[in-house]
Design a binder for this molecule. Structure first.
Ligand code: GLU
Length: 311
């Protein structure tokens, strides 16, 4: 029988041997003490949670927040409305590219343009109201309250130009109902929300469980919302190596510039890793290695041939 803790610990030590890769430039000062932080956690849909390494240290969600905000927008606004603002196609371009469909829709919710659009769809008249709703849903996903790190937020704001440009692009296409600067503030604040790797695994397990948090039992999202969210994670979640990711690892996932990674095996588990050393795509090198090895070891690839269920 598989002993998941031993597997997790062993795979983490194998990944630790990879000593190259740098943190994102603009986060270098913030993350210099974390450069060799390494964590993995798995939460199963029966609620069992296992963490190894630095699994209880907080890290910024960064782009890993994007699928969650998209799911909140879907839950609150409905699929049709969200689809009329945000597409579901891989863009094939950099995550922060100024790109959109001819009708103004960003290609998908996991590139910055789409994530900023999703942030703007969250109900609420003010930034504070929208954030309160978002943090409420993030807390339901994790089973614990999560907070914005003001330190990370300051670093984000220093180099926010590109995101402001994206919000103005959306505004010029008539897509934004709010002030673009306020929407970007909301987006940067969501990127700066901190969670531990263990909490992130629980958030993933909530998606794996079809929208029900397996630790608290609370229903957070409808199953259809989760299906939509996992679909874009599968096709667009790993920046410009999403195709290779599906071929090698084969599960819906999202990575972030902090070195966070989240993978979801529907019906089974949420798996989270953290290591700030990034590859040239912006994905955590050690994180990808942990996922690759565990996908083989635990037979996680969702497209692998399996014998039909016996009747
Ligand atoms: N806050 C970052 C940005 O928008 C997120 C980057 C990321 O994790 O991909 O630039």
């Amino acid at each position: 029988m598989i002993e998941p803790r031993d597997d997790l610990a062993q795979v983490l030590e194998e990944a630790r041997e990879i000593g190259w890769g740098d943190p994102a430039d603009y986060l270098r000062d913030l993350q210099r003490h974390d450069l060799d932080a390494l964590a993995a956690a798995v939460c199963r849909t029966d609620g069992e949670l296992i963490g190894v390494g630095d699994h209880d240290r907080p890290l910024a969600l960064q782009s890993v927040s994007k699928p969650f905000t998209y799911a909140v927008a879907l839950q609150e606004c409905g699929l049709d409305r969200v689809l009329s603002y945000i597409g579901v196609e891989p863009s094939g371009e950099a995550f922060n590219e100024l790109s959109q469909h001819e009708d103004g829709r960003p290609f998908n919710p996991l590139i910055n343009a789409g994530a900023i659009m999703a942030q703007a769809l969250i109900p609420g008249d003010t930034l504070e109201e929208r954030e309160a709703l978002l943090l409420d849903r993030y807390a339901a996903l994790a089973g614990e309250r999560l907070e914005v790190s003001e330190e990370v937020l300051r670093a984000e704001q220093v180099r926010g130009d590109r995101n402001f440009a994206l919000a103005h692009m959306l505004a010029s296409s008539g897509m934004l109902a709010h002030d673009p600067h306020e929407v970007v503030q909301g987006y940067l604040r969501q990127c700066s929300v901190e969670a531990t790797t263990a909490q992130l695994a629980v958030m993933g397990a909530t998606l794996a469980g079809g929208g029900r948090n397996p630790v608290t039992g609370q229903r957070v999202f409808d199953e259809r919302v989760v299906q939509q969210t996992l679909s874009v994670m599968l096709t667009c979640g790993m920046y410009d190596s999403s195709g290779r990711w599906v071929a090698q690892v084969g599960i819906p996932a999202k990575s972030g510039v902090s070195g966070a990674m989240l993978g979801v095996v529907p019906g089974a588990l949420g798996l989270a890793t953290w290591s700030p050393r990034l590859d040239s795509y912006g994905n955590s090198i050690r994180g990808v290695e942990v996922f690759r090895r565990l996908s083989d070891r635990w037979d996680l690839h969702v497209l692998r041939h399996r014998e039909p269920l016996s009747r």
